[in-house]
Ligand binder design. Structure first.
Ligand code: AMP
Ligand code: FE
Ligand code: FE
Ligand code: ZN
Length: 285
């Protein structure tokens, strides 16, 4: 039998366990249909979708590796850290409960504000309408506001009410970059900056802040991402080389929440996954 070359490893995607719209089984089937050879599910702050995903990828003969996306405190932009290849039953498991608790405290406060503005809805309605599993956040609330006729679109819900600085915005407790990197390492994984363009830094400032993250133990930079133009991609590739970092890539697929994005978009090369696995093996020794 001829060997079939693997070409695409999409290492960044979301399900309805965080802010995506497909469930893990549907996501695996779509990956197969899109001719993606390997996937990493990187839901925000949770790993509860991975079991179901792996069951389906095994059935379909697709490769899958464990992942998660954490949000760290950062200025001026945002810093999202992807974790890969860790033990989901390791110490990270309880730490993720902390992230979930922060949401449980925040969601009722957002709903309280919306109610005060004449848009009542219960958390149960939000879960039901958005098909949320596990992590409930602003995307689910936005979708519910639209379905209940309070706003005309998902974007309007964010722009008028939910985005930072808008009247129903409530900040959420977040963790420092060092804590995020440590919790991934402690459970045997590697840590990669997601869509580094969103840090909103340039030139020397960008280099020095990445240098600080390398000191904290950072392992890689996500180079292929829909938010990166060819110039960004070249820049992050060369920074990765300079700092001895891994390079990764993914579509950041969210289903209907980001309708322009296809699974496997940008065709992140399979070789990225091979290098990532090498690093995970080293870390575990
Ligand atoms: P949360 O974790 O509940 O604060 O929600 C963060 C998520 O909301 C992000 O991952 C995006 O999917 C979505 N989001 C944040 N800001 C906007 C915006 N201005 N427009 C649309 N979606 C947004
Ligand atoms: Fe997201
Ligand atoms: Fe992100
Ligand atoms: Zn993401």
């Amino acid at each position: 039998m001829p060997t079939i070359m693997k070409t695409i490893a999409d290492l960044h995607m979301h399900t309805n366990h965080s802010d995506g719209t497909l469930n893990p089984t549907e996501l695996a089937r779509l990956a197969k249909a899109q001719k993606v050879d390997a996937v990493a599910l990187t839901d925000h702050d949770t790993v509860t979708g991975i079991g179901e995903l792996v069951e389906e990828t095994n059935r379909l003969g697709l490769e899958a590796i464990v992942g998660v996306e954490l949000s760290a405190n950062f200025r001026p932009g945002t810093l999202h850290i992807l974790g890969y290849g860790f033990d989901t039953e390791g110490p990270i498991r309880d730490k993720l409960f902390g992230f979930q608790k922060a949401r449980e405290e925040r969601n009722p406060r957002i709903l309280e504000r919306l109610k005060g503005m004449g848009m009542p809805m219960t958390l149960a309605q939000v879960k039901e309408i958005s098909r949320a599993q596990g992590q409930v956040g602003r995307p689910h609330i936005a979708q519910t506001m639209m379905r209940m006729g309070y706003v005309a679109s998902y974007e309007e819900a964010f722009e008028r009410f939910l985005t930072k600085g808008a009247p129903a915005y409530v900040p959420k407790a977040t963790w420092g970059a060092q804590e995020c990197i440590d919790m991934i390492h402690e459970s045997g994984g590697v840590a990669v900056i997601a869509h580094p363009v969103q840090m909103k830094l340039q030139g020397l400032e960008l280099e020095s802040r990445i240098g600080e993250l390398v000191e904290m133990g950072l392992d890689g930079l996500e180079v292929v991402h829909p938010d990166h133009g060819p110039q960004d991609q070249g820049l992050f590739q060369s920074l990765a080389e300079r700092f001895g970092l891994l390079t990764t890539g993914g579509s950041d697929f969210h289903g209907d929440h980001k309708p322009g994005i296809q699974l496997g978009q940008g065709r992140p090369p399979y070789i990225f996954l091979e290098k990532l696995r090498e690093r995970i093996r080293k870390r575990r020794h």
